[in-house]
Write a protein that binds this ligand. Structure first.
Ligand code: NDP
Length: 341
């Protein structure tokens, strides 16, 4: 079977491509320029998958019919391409590619991909919630209405993630609306995956130093390896996370598991305090970055987990054994070490 992966050069997507190839699928990956495909061709060529991977350029995913060619002949689609960088200024810089890209993939599939059975959209826990004032356990029934309110009240750039969260919310809503409207006349089912912060080994092309890491890994590096703050406030700050390999696996299972059809699924490995990542780092023997021995932080510090997720649905439908903090941080630091950081 052949699977289309959009934004194939991204942090999460390259793992999706890798797991698909390892499981025997053929993959067509889209990138925004030919140059961004070269690393993929080389990386997967070295792993022996050269003849199973095809790269196509989709320069502008907001254009009408952008994916009309790319979807032809595929059996499933994993749509991951969407802006997740904090430097974009305007709300539309996020919303246009997120919404038009998502609806565009679905439209192209209806017109040009008669064999498609599943379409998986990478949404986000940013479409589920914005950080709440009180400790809260969220589930798939929750939708983020606070980020738009934050923008209305405090301006578009007050919280750097609000624009991003709004774009993910609108894109996911648009996907479900489109699906509900066309359900009766199409041969495929929609599955939406909602990850919280994704950490774990980066295998994508990294063109510079740690500052050029993707948005979720950059603070992970800064705090745990770099000069990022190690104050009591930071160490007791909490959130939820999932390993990038588990995130990718959920995308594969989403096209394989019958029961996932038509479902919105939160995939989450658990909650963390930053202190717990320091604790995990201090258990690794030998430590992979001898020039940056791990800080101790403030062992024993406690604070409530403010953002947690009920993962019963993913457990039932996908059944992933999530990586632990110790596994994730060890494998991530090994990649940093291989880069000489
Ligand atoms: P990356 O930045 O590594 O990858 C993003 C991908 O989307 C790249 O291929 C990028 O292409 C592409 N992209 C970005 N902006 C545009 C645009 N305007 N038009 C077309 N393509 C674009 O991020 P991640 O791998 O982390 O993100 C992948 C997906 O996962 C996104 O949908 C994101 O919202 C979602 N997600 C990520 C989480 C995380 O913590 N990392 C958590 C939850 C969801 P290019 O390289 O050319 O810019």
């Amino acid at each position: 079977a052949k699977v289309l992966v959009t934004g194939a050069n991204g942090y999460i997507a390259i793992w999706v491509v890798r797991l698909l190839l390892e499981q025997g699928y053929s993959v067509r990956g889209t990138v925004r320029s030919a140059g961004k495909g070269e690393y993929l061709t080389e990386y997967f060529g070295k792993l022996g998958f050269g003849d199973k991977l095809e790269i196509v350029v989709v320069e502008d995913i907001t254009k009408e019919g952008a994916f009309d060619q790319a979807v032809q002949g595929v059996d499933a689609i994993e749509h991951t391409a969407s802006p997740f960088i904090t430097s974009l200024v305007n709300l539309s810089d996020f919303v246009d590619p997120a919404v038009r890209g998502t609806v565009g993939v679905l439209q192209s599939a209806i017109k040009h991909a008669p064999n498609v059975k599943r379409i998986v959209i990478t949404s986000s826990c940013g479409a589920v919630m914005a950080p709440p004032p009180q400790p809260t356990i969220f589930s798939e029934t929750d939708w983020n209405t606070s980020s738009q309110m934050d923008i209305d009240k405090n301006g578009v750039n007050a919280d750097p993630l609000s624009k991003y969260r709004v774009s993910k919310t609108l894109a996911e809503k648009a996907a479900w609306e489109f699906y509900e409207k066309h359900k009766g006349s199409i041969g495929w089912e929609l599955v939406v995956i909602n990850p919280p912060f994704v950490f774990g080994p980066p295998i994508q092309e990294i063109t510079g130093g740690p500052e050029s890491l993707n948005t979720s890994l950059k603070p992970f590096y800064d705090i745990l390896v770099g000069d990022g703050p190690k104050t009591e406030k930071l160490l007791s700050t909490s959130n939820s996370w999932v390993d990038v390999r588990d995130t990718a696996l959920s995308h594969i299972l989403a096209i394989q598991k019958e029961a996932a059809a038509g479902e919105r699924i939160i995939v989450c490995g658990g909650a963390y305090l930053w202190q717990e990542w320091f604790d995990a780092a201090n258990t690794i023997q030998p430590y992979p970055l001898p020039n940056h021995p791990p800080a101790k932080g403030m062992p024993g510090i406690t604070a409530p987990y403010v953002i947690q997720y009920n993962t019963a649905k993913a457990d039932k439908l996908l059944g992933i054994r999530y990586k632990t903090k110790a596994e994730t941080i060890r494998d991530t630091l090994e990649i940093f070490a291989a880069k000489g950081w």
